[in-house]
Write a protein that binds this ligand. Sequence first.
Ligand SMILES: OC[C@H]1O[C@H](O[C@H]2O[C@H](CO)[C@@H](O)[C@H](O)[C@H]2O)[C@H](O)[C@@H](O)[C@@H]1O
Length: 608
Amino acid sequence: MVTHAPTPIEEYALLGDTETAALVSRAGSIDWLCLPRFDSTACFAALLGTPEHGRWLLGPLAPAKSTRRYVENSFVLETIHETDTGAVKVLDLMPLGDGRADIVRSVEGLHGSVTMRHEWVVRFDYGKVRPWVSHGTGHRLDGDVITAVAGPDMLVLRGSRLPHPRDGVHEDEFEVTAGQTHTFSTTWFPSYEQVPPPLDIDSRVAETIRVSNEWAQRCTYEGPYRELVVRSLLTLRGMTHSRFGGIVAAPTTSLPEDFGGERNWDYRYCWLRDASLTLEALVASGYVDEARLWRNWLLRAVAGDPEDLQIMYAINGSRRLPERTLDHLPGYAGSTPVRIGNGAVDQRQSDVLGEVMIALDEARAKGLEVSTQSWAMQRALVQNLAQHWQEPDNGLWEIRGEPQHFTHSRVMVWAAFDRAVRGIEKWGLDGPLEQWRELRDQVRDEVLAKGFDADRNTFTQHYDTTEVDASLLLIPLVGFLPPDDPRVLGTLTAVEQDLMREGFLLRYRTETGVDGLSGDEHPFLACSWWLVSAYAVCGQVDKARELMDRLVALFNDVGLISEEYDPHEQRMVGNFPQAFSHLTFIGAAHALAEAEAKGAAHAGGQLP
Ligand SMILES: OC[C@H]1O[C@H](O[C@H]2O[C@H](CO)[C@@H](O)[C@H](O)[C@H]2O)[C@H](O)[C@@H](O)[C@@H]1O
């Protein structure tokens, strides 16, 4: 029985150091943090339970009006808390680029006086393990510190005023008046090592902002919604492990797709699909170095027998992600089970090679040099697909029901062969051209014959149904058919008719039971953005703009968005922030910009 009211998902902001990420609420509570990696165990897991499962709170004791923003293009979060007695500014960040795992927090009095509440509640292993906590002083520790240790993990808390122990919690309350500042840092380190030295905080803050600004300046996108596009690119960068090159689908696990339901999944892994689509968004916006980083990750992750290709890997490329439930956690809003690992790792999802081949083809077109090793790997994977493409699969939605012949999967199989052919024809690479051309045409003929319902003039979710699926919107976007083909336009209409819910798009109708899960879900934001892109390429620019404006209004105050949206309760749903949502938003902005530019050129008589 959960009595703790959950903080709405949209009330969280992201902190990150490109190796892991934290969620901090508007009230100043860091409720989620896995250290030192995105997929490490959490030491603060209140997000999926109660404060007793670990959190770090630094916020005003009295009710406050709290406004926040990121400093320039960084993930340095600045929150102003205004109370009846005064105002303070809190700065939260994870410094970038020093190979350490620190979180820094400072509070500065602006006017009047504010009583701050400080709580440091460390619970290792996702809120389960109470650490051994010591208050130490000494030469090696460089002044007063608090350390918390359990097994392999150790944290050290430093600060200008340390909290006191009480019933397993370290807490403090103190006044901050205008001009006063208190600074704190928590640092993770392996427990067999010495406590790391203190940080030079001012220089780390300045460096973090500088590095982020430099990265943002490389963005080449100049179309509508630019500020949000840049913030979304930064969010994708924040989900990319800067040394490994892997990209997580989201930094959280088990934020529910259905509040109180079982659709709770761990997204702290690198899906080939999500990562390829992230790459496309980055490359289209001018970030080719990131494509190289990820391609090298891919080469290491999939190295070996092509037969053993997985659809997702851990962030460092390792393969074992067994799905387990954490039964000690009550779940966000009572949504159980809380899962770690992901059972979809063993699924056949025939779309993924298509997404990888498209992303690498686009990166090549934007200047990523061809590497012999990379093409050899692509050839081997395409040859393997040639053996298996006719098998039923779990599709891009990773259904847990019976495998099917999903139309989207087959369209992406076509895309894999198509981009392989293009590798030879356009880029002069070597391979069995005739065989791949034949396969490409064979898959195309099959999709047109078996994945299309002529009565309704629409493509279908799979070969044995008349249902539709939002993934069919990708047919013109990947070049399978031109946008003005009547079958594409018919599919657009059918998808609108069947899947629109209160102005946003569902992935598919769960009522059919195709996914093998109980409960329902809400509109899936990536699909809604695919609809914007489909409208844009099909020339329905007014509809694209209208839907885009509606979607853009859903971002929270610091430019973040989750996987799904519940229009009825007007709240974000699912893991947060989700790469899929951010990258499809970027894609939609590009599509809209191109369509509007084309429309303007037409109006100006510049096009035939
Ligand atoms: O809906 C059931 C499935 O939900 C998750 O998959 C979704 O997220 C993935 C990561 O963003 C994405 O690649 C996939 O297309 C989405 O359906 C979950 O990871 C699966 O285990 C689950 O079956």
